[in-house]
Design a binder for this molecule. Structure first.
Ligand SMILES: Cc1cc2nc3c(=O)[nH]c(=O)nc-3n(C[C@H](O)[C@H](O)[C@H](O)COP(=O)(O)OP(=O)(O)OC[C@H]3O[C@@H](n4cnc5c(N)ncnc54)[C@H](O)[C@@H]3O)c2cc1C
Length: 475
């Protein structure tokens, strides 16, 4: 008999949360703290969604998306999780750029960036100040027609070196391009510039374990290997429950942390939604996906200080097509030192590149394996510029592709950062279509990344709380 991962679940909960990404986890925690009965359903065997890790022989632990997030995570974790979690959030000070146009190291905050743009790129201080103030003043209700490219052209006309410095890290952080609305850039860039780039000391495994403990303390019923197949909607367009691993479970409200398009078009189904809304959901563009190469050095061996994050490129200027191409010329290296997991003696490197799902989706198995191998080799060739003896020190190397991300998180096309901007409206309007049904998770560029997803989980939980407060049937 296969194991029943839903053994002992109740027939009904106040809230069912589908998916345990940072938005789903946070939503479950906030609602359980508010006194609601919460069931958290995750299809994978591990919680965390994209905020995840994996282990390999000889005790190596690789983090997938622990490259850096804004300082705001500290405040959000203190408020919506625990002081202990917030206390492990520490700054990464060594951010490097190496490309044909410039080579520099920065703490990636406003003060240091201002110095660099003025002294190294020769831009007037007043222009830089106005740019930062404009970016910082942007919010969701601003003009959404202006693109990030137009914003740069206004302040730094013809300066593709400055654009590259300002844009490349944000493209890696959330997949945005020069064609996306300027507000998506302004909000995310300013989040980082407020105090620099931060990480979680102890690794993603420690963070997610602490979150799991906290959820259990707050009474959340957590079930892994539980795939939600359907969100149940009553004829009066109210959510009534879910079908998971073939079993029906009732719910007063449902929060879906699954991919927006999957939630709307597959789990709910067109028949339960307005035609216009369905068309809008279909038109939402997914964000790009990623490839990564994971490299571990033999236990006890290391490398000198390489910085923490290195934006490497052999390309001139900011070129999104080159960044997404399988013919990789731009990579971001994350260097992990023993301090990442205090007490360990491990040095690891993760190389990340943005990628198109279509470049990998249909490769026959043999070709796919060959392409992954080639990705590992070309990444090591590139890394040898910085660590010449890396191949001799290497203990383990492997690659992941957009297919890997799709498999583990069920994001359509392995989208790393949810959807493009228009997805936010569709996500926010879901409860107007089906009462009691909410979406929380990477969407609209602004609400993606660790901080964006976590905060969106909080925002949506507050809406769920208001809805349930009016509902007579609390369990
Ligand atoms: C390679 C890479 C590097 C990144 N680097 C960074 C970084 O350095 N800094 C940063 O801030 N962000 C980074 N990100 C982005 C960040 O990790 C994500 O934006 C964030 O973790 C997404 O959280 P989420 O809440 O949207 O949910 P997700 O992480 O997308 O999780 C959704 C969850 O729902 C589950 N699920 C889906 N469908 C179902 C179903 N039907 N039933 C049950 N469960 C289901 C999935 O299994 C998954 O666990 C990176 C992402 C990638 C891919």
């Amino acid at each position: 008999m296969p194991k029943d991962f839903l053994k002992g679940t109740r027939d009904r909960y106040d809230v069912v949360v589908i998916g345990s990404g940072l938005a789903g986890l946070t939503s479950a925690n906030v609602l359980a703290r508010a006194g609601y009965s919460v069931l958290l359903l995750e299809h994978h065997y591990q919680l965390g969604g994209m905020a995840t890790w994996f282990k390999r022989k000889n005790g190596h632990i690789f983090d997938i998306s622990l490259h850096g997030f804004p300082f705001g995570m500290k405040k959000s974790c203190r408020k919506y999780w625990t002081q202990e979690i917030a206390d492990s959030i520490v700054q990464l000070k060594g951010i490097r750029f190496e490309n044909p146009q410039f080579s520099l190291r920065t703490t990636f905050d406003r003060e240091d960036f201002t110095r660099i743009v003025v002294e190294k790129f020769g831009i007037e201080h007043d222009v830089v100040k106005r740019f930062f103030d404009t970016a910082r003043g942007m919010n969701f209700f601003d003009d959404q027609a202006k693109t990030t490219g137009e914003l740069f052209e206004e302040f730094f006309p013809g300066r593709d070196d400055v654009v590259r410095l300002l844009m490349e890290p944000i493209t890696y952080a959330n997949g945005s391009t020069l064609q996306d609305p300027a507000i998506t850039y302004g909000i995310v860039f300013s989040n980082f510039m407020s105090k620099g780039v931060y990480t979680f000391e102890g690794g993603t495994d420690k963070l997610v374990t602490q979150m799991k403990d906290e959820l259990e303390n707050n009474g959340v019923d957590i079930r892994i290997r539980s795939l939600v197949e359907k969100i149940e909607v009553a004829p009066d367009r109210r959510v009534t429950g879910v079908v998971v691993n073939g079993k029906r479970i009732g719910a007063g409200a449902v929060v879906s942390n699954a991919n927006l398009k999957s939630t709307v078009l597959r789990l709910v189904g067109e028949e339960n939604l307005d035609k216009d809304y369905v068309e809008e959901a279909k038109a939402v563009r997914l964000n790009n996906s990623s490839c990564q190469v994971y490299m571990a050095l033999k236990p006890g061996l290391g490398f000198d200080d390489m910085g923490d994050l290195l934006f490497h490129s052999e390309h001139s200027g900011f070129d999104i097509d080159a960044m997404l191409s399988r013919d990789v010329s731009s990579r971001t290296f994350s260097f992990y030192y023993p301090r990442t997991r205090p007490g360990s003696d491990r040095h690891l490197i993760v190389s990340s590149t943005n990628a198109n799902f279509s470049d990998w989706a249909d490769l026959p198995e043999e070709e796919y394996q060959r392409a992954k191998q080639e990705l590992c080799e070309t990444t090591l060739d590139c890394l040898e510029q910085y660590i010449p003896d890396v191949r001799e020190k290497l203990d383990h190397v492997e690659a992941s592709t957009p297919r890997t991300f799709e498999h583990y998180t069920r994001h359509q096309q392995g989208a790393s950062f949810g959807t493009k901007f228009e997805g936010l409206k569709v996500s926010k309007e879901l409860p107007e279509q089906v009462a009691g049904l909410y979406h929380a998770g990477s969407v609209g560029i602004i609400m993606s990344g660790w901080l964006g997803a976590l905060n969106y989980g909080v925002i949506v939980s507050n809406d769920v709380d208001k809805y349930l407060a009016l509902s007579p049937t609390r369990v």
